[in-house]
Design a binder for this molecule. Structure first.
Ligand code: TYD
Length: 206
């Protein structure tokens, strides 16, 4: 699983604000001369983007949802993420497998052992080098979501769902203390960006 590139994922409940910092971090890295691939999950390839539309809009049970998310992830890894890492690029990915444990596992209550099994098959040991977990209180995230567009199947869930998803992220973070960096996502964008920059600079990789 060794590759010259670095794999960075962005996580958090809907409305935590991770996506704008992903764009800012891509600019920060490019300004330092690094090749950056910005991508997202579910998605990132034509097949995975088609699966994303289904997962976000069609009603389905937890197993179907998990299988589709991991099918999308397999294609994304093989066609986009691994080739980029092999050529030395930094991959910035908006959500990855921590989201599956948080949303399908903790949020929907789907069996985490099955998720761990799928994770092993699909990723063959590949894990992010760094995960920035934007941690915001569900009430703060709900207020930010209310300001944007039409909600998808996940964004329409209630605050109790997002409280469970947040707990799911906290549990994954506790299992991977070196990989997952918790970013306090409360406060204005400039404050949160300072935390992101400090966390990334501390790794000494860029
Ligand atoms: P999101 O990053 O919120 O996209 P956007 O900012 O365009 O709305 O991701 C889409 C949704 O997919 C999000 O609500 C969480 C959900 N999701 C899962 O349920 N499981 C997963 O494994 C992934 C990657 C995402």
């Amino acid at each position: 699983m060794n590759a010259p590139g670095r794999f960075v994922t962005f996580e958090g409940i809907d409305g935590a604000g991770k996506s704008s910092h992903l764009e800012a971090l891509a600019g920060w890295m490019r300004a330092r001369g690094h090749e950056v691939l910005v991508t997202r999950e579910p998605g990132g390839t034509p097949l995975a983007e088609a699966l994303r539309e289904l997962v976000l809009e069609r009603p389905m049970d937890g197993l179907t949802e998990s299988l589709l998310v991991f099918a999308a992830r397999r294609d994304h890894l093989q066609r986009a993420i691994e080739p980029a890492l092999q050529r030395g690029a930094t991959v910035l990915c908006d959500r990855f497998t921590d989201a599956t444990f948080a949303y399908q596992g903790a949020g929907r209550g789907f069996d985490r052992q099955v998720l761990a099994c799928l994770e092993g098959w699909v990723q063959q040991g590949r894990q992010p080098d760094l995960t920035l977990w934007f941690d915001a209180a569900p009430s703060v995230a709900a207020a930010r979501r209310a300001a944007v567009r039409r909600p998808d199947r996940f964004e329409s869930e209630d605050e109790a769902f997002f409280a469970r998803v947040r707990e799911g992220y906290a549990a994954r973070a506790a299992e991977a203390l070196r990989r997952v960096e918790r970013i306090d996502a409360g406060g204005d964008r400039a404050e949160v960006w300072q935390r992101v920059e400090a966390a990334v600079a501390a790794r000494g990789w860029w």
